[in-house]
Design a binder for this molecule. Structure first.
Ligand SMILES: C[S@@+](CC[C@H](N)C(=O)[O-])C[C@H]1O[C@@H](n2cnc3c(N)ncnc32)[C@H](O)[C@@H]1O
Length: 213
């Protein structure tokens, strides 16, 4: 991404089912569905960090008859994407999902949503510094409930940070449940990690990461 990335237009490749972004989306949605199938709880909380237009969560939940078990907060900075997410939520009749315009890089954004049973970190770890990637993973015990799952994505464009990312998840108390690194025609990867550590209280404010402009 560059300093001039238009984060609304960034979503356009989702219109093409064959684009790498759509392929990545289907993997993320598959993990959201698998997670829901494995959690019989009557009430589940989800945070989507830098949620964009919410294609992953909205698309996964819309066809499900048990979507009312979910209370989700999509945290997104660009007001055009927030508006698009809200339209998608309304069209799908997903009453338990809200899209909030906020800076997801600050703990203040998670005041109402944390701790969550699922944290979606799609399109985040490739758009912040390596140092902030580590800081974000280290902050997850403050956003996660006991036994929460984190679904994350990251480009493998060189230098590939995913080996370090997987180690940092382990250091932060997470066990790897899946890591997809598709063949070399695409560079994305998708991971799923389960939190086995002790949840920690999130501070009311404080910087976690700064997104590339
Ligand atoms: C790479 S896109 C990913 C969007 C979505 N998660 C997906 O995978 O489809 C990154 C998103 O982060 C949003 N963003 C950038 N800085 C942000 C911040 N400080 N807080 C919340 N969202 C932010 C952008 O507007 C953009 O929608």
């Amino acid at each position: 991404m560059t300093a001039s990335t238009d984060w609304h237009d960034w979503h356009l490749p989702y219109d093409d089912d064959t684009s790498p972004l759509s392929r990545r989306l289907r993997l993320v949605q598959q993990h959201i569905n698998d997670w829901l199938d494995q959690r019989p709880d009557s009430s589940l909380r989800i945070i989507s960090v830098c949620a964009g237009q919410g294609h992953d969560l909205i698309g996964a939940l819309a066809p499900r008859s048990d979507a009312d078990r979910v209370c989700a907060e999509l945290i997104e900075y660009d007001p055009r994407n927030v508006a698009a997410a809200r339209m998608g939520i309304t069209a799908a009749g997903l009453n338990g999902i809200t899209a909030t315009q906020a800076d997801a890089g600050d703990f203040a954004a998670y005041r109402t949503a944390a701790p969550a049973d699922l944290v979606v970190l799609a399109g985040v770890l490739g758009n912040i510094s390596d140092c902030d990637v580590r800081a974000t993973i280290d902050a997850l015990p403050r956003l996660c409930a006991s036994e929460a799952t984190v679904i994350w994505t990251r480009t493998r464009r060189g230098p590939d940070l995913t080996p370090a990312i997987r180690d940092w998840f382990a250091d932060a108390g997470f066990a790897e449940e899946a890591f997809h690194a598709p063949p070399p025609d695409v560079l994305f990867s998708v991971g799923a990690h389960r939190f086995h550590g002790q949840p920690q209280q999130a501070p009311p404010t404080g910087r976690i990461f700064t997104f590339a402009a």
